[in-house]
Design a protein around this ligand. Structure first.
Ligand SMILES: Cc1ncc(COP(=O)(O)O)c(C=O)c1O
Length: 375
């Protein structure tokens, strides 16, 4: 295509789209998002009790205490700031997101904060509590039967309404400031400063967009820490296979049972080269681990916390076997009260054909003896 608009000699073409009312709105919207962060406290780094003589400390970064109850609060804040500062989010235009739930809860909160409509495009299987929370924050839920159709449906709705498709799966890794700015990794390292092993041997994350693991891994490399990064992947997800085979086009047909993590494709925000290790965790093991967490620290959490905790416990067992001391960090991603009808329901387990008993026994044996019986 040739350029049709060319200046004549002596002429400068000049188009000024600046809009004072929009800029006032933008300033106020950015201020509101920043002020929300300014009013918020940091999330806790909890200890998971292990026998003292092992010389190993296991921590959970408790992301359930954000105002919207999950690690997605950080991501939603970053995505709103990115979308606002790029001029993508505009007054009165809807923000649309493809989400398995938690991101949508947090984004509905920020949309309400700056006064724009919000539509969540999500799988019909999303838990009732998450739907309630999105609607509580003023969002609208739009369901798809096939989780793989979420992306196209979100883009279609955005085009139809003149809104902005936030697209967390593409932008999570770049919207978050991975060099610091109190991101999740910087916060973990600061909170470990007075511990006996301030530089963790391993940090274990799980992947939905892949953004959290990318942020942690990049920060660790940037700060020249020796910490290794492990990503725990549930059943019915592509990240493990994509990472092990190097095939970025791998897909799978069935949606993940562990809400918030496990994707039918390798999401663009997942940064495989930054990750040291991956584990494929059986869903029954994720549930066993999250129930063991309640026994250990008296707190219920979502299934993805169990996926990460299972991998972290496996790493702890390795360290015990090798006589190695140090610390391991994993994430408490969101609270368990969102999933009482799933991971805390024996009827749901039976309906899914999940038997958690052998995995619960493995954790009990590890905590009692230091030996991981599975291997
Ligand atoms: C409950 C929960 N845990 C973990 C994750 C993984 O986070 P990320 O999207 O940064 O990979 C998500 C993401 O949706 C989530 O909802």
């Amino acid at each position: 295509m040739s350029i049709t608009q060319q200046p004549r000699t002596g002429e400068t073409l000049d188009v000024d789209r600046s809009d004072a009312a929009y800029r006032d709105w933008l300033k106020d919207a950015v201020r509101k998002v920043q002020a929300d962060a300014n009013r918020s406290a940091d999330t806790h780094l909890l200890r998971f009790p292990l026998p003292e003589h092992w010389g190993i400390d296991l921590y959970l970064k408790d992301e359930s205490t954000h105002p919207t109850g999950s690690l997605k609060h950080r991501l939603a804040r970053s995505l709103f700031l990115y979308g606002l500062c790029n001029g993508w989010i505009r007054p009165d235009r809807p923000v649309i997101e493809a989400s398995s739930g938690s991101t949508a809860v947090s984004e509905a909160y920020f949309a309400k904060l700056i006064g724009v409509p919000f539509v969540a495009v999500m799988p019909r299987t999303t838990s009732a509590e998450k739907i309630r929370l999105i609607e509580f924050h003023g969002g609208r839920c739009h369901f798809v039967d096939d989780p793989r159709g979420m992306y196209a449906e979100s883009a279609r709705l955005a085009a139809e309404t003149g809104g902005h498709y936030m697209d967390q799966f593409t932008y999570a890794e770049r919207a978050t400031d991975w060099r610091g700015n109190n991101n999740i990794a910087e916060s973990i390292f600061r909170q470990l400063e007075l511990e006996r092993y301030p530089e963790p041997a391993w940090i274990v994350a799980t992947a939905g967009t892949g953004g959290t693991s990318a942020t942690i891994a990049r920060y660790v490399h940037y700060m020249q820490h020796d910490t290794r990064i492990c990503v725990a992947d549930p059943e019915n997800s592509c990240f493990f296979e994509g990472w092990t085979t190097g095939d970025a086009d791998v897909t799978c047909d069935c949606g993940s049972r562990i809400e918030g993590i496990g994707r039918p494709r390798m999401e663009p925000s997942f940064v495989p080269g930054a990750i040291d290790r991956m584990m494929k965790v059986p869903d029954a093991a994720s549930v066993a681990a999250v129930r063991a967490l309640e026994q250990a620290i008296g707190r219920k959490a979502g299934g993805s916390t169990g996926t990460g905790l299972w991998s972290a416990l496996k790493i702890v067992a390795e360290m015990v076997a090798e006589g190695r001391q140090g610390s391991v960090v994993t994430l408490l991603c969101d609270p368990g009260d969102r999933y009482l009808d799933k991971y805390y329901s024996d009827a749901w387990l039976a309906q899914q054909g999940l038997d958690i008993a052998p995995y619960s026994a493995a954790i009990e044996t590890l905590l009692a003896t230091g030996v991981w019986p599975e291997d």
